[in-house]
Design a protein around this ligand. Structure first.
Ligand SMILES: Nc1nc2c(ncn2[C@@H]2O[C@H](COP(=O)(O)OP(=O)(O)O)[C@@H](O)[C@H]2O)c(=O)[nH]1
Ligand SMILES: [Mg+2]
Length: 199
């Protein structure tokens, strides 16, 4: 799969605007500021395809990036405290509307901060993905901020924190130094391949 040839397709503010799936979709989900844009950029080897923003909480859209064999779908970040109730409802309608559609979701990459236990919102998202049997992996980002012993401690702690969800695929990674990025690319490639072969 070619991760180099990519272009911005569109940003959608309501789920009704999103056209039907015509390619497998790789969906990126996570709370705002977790490092979602940085991870997308790193996977694509681009500096600023998905914007790395210092301004969380701006108007939420679902952004599509077109690769040759799949779309990267950047969901709006959740959990930003300063967002109004109206904006939270709009977020929920947008994201729930997207998931409710009949789409070719090849893989959801749920992003969590490796340094901390998953937040309540993270758990809601993981629970939703798990209960509805979406194919998903958990990218544990900001790995570079942990020393070797801390890494082992956090991996052990996460097994415990997420013990309600057996068989999760946990992928420690860093958009800063590139650790773990190839492993995530491989999961993405594997998820797209079977869908492409049924054409
Ligand atoms: N050290 C480190 N910082 C990161 C990593 N990923 C993201 N960041 C930083 O975290 C902040 C938020 O990143 P961003 O990609 O905008 O998060 P988003 O709101 O989830 O899209 C930025 O200052 C990034 O430089 C990582 O893997 N390691
Ligand atoms: Mg972002």
């Amino acid at each position: 799969m070619n991760f180099q040839i990519v272009s911005f397709k569109a940003a959608y503010g309501t789920s009704a605007q999103i056209p039907p799936s015509d390619l497998p979709e790789i969906v990126f989900s996570g709370r705002s500021n977790v490092g979602k844009s940085s991870l997308i950029n790193k996977l694509l080897n681009r500096k600023s395809m998905a914007r790395v923003s210092a301004k969380p909480g701006k108007t939420a859209t679902i952004n599509f990036f077109a690769l040759q064999e799949a779309y990267f779908v950047d969901l709006p970040g959740y959990g930003y405290a300063q967002v109004s109730e109206a904006e939270k409802r709009r977020w929920a309608a947008l994201v729930e509307g997207y998931f409710a559609q009949e789409r070719r979701m090849a893989l959801v990459v749920q992003i969590c901060d490796m340094r901390h236990p998953p937040t309540a919102d993270d758990r809601t998202m993981i629970d939703f993905l798990y209960q509805n049997r979406y194919p998903f992996i958990i990218a544990l980002t900001k790995l570079d901020k942990l020393k070797k012993t801390q890494r082992a401690e956090r991996m052990a702690a996460l097994q415990e924190e997420l013990k309600d969800y057996p068989d999760l695929i946990l992928c420690p990674c860093s958009s800063e130094n590139g650790e773990g990025i190839d492993a995530i690319r491989r999961y993405i490639e594997e998820s797209v391949r079977p869908a492409a072969e049924t054409e």
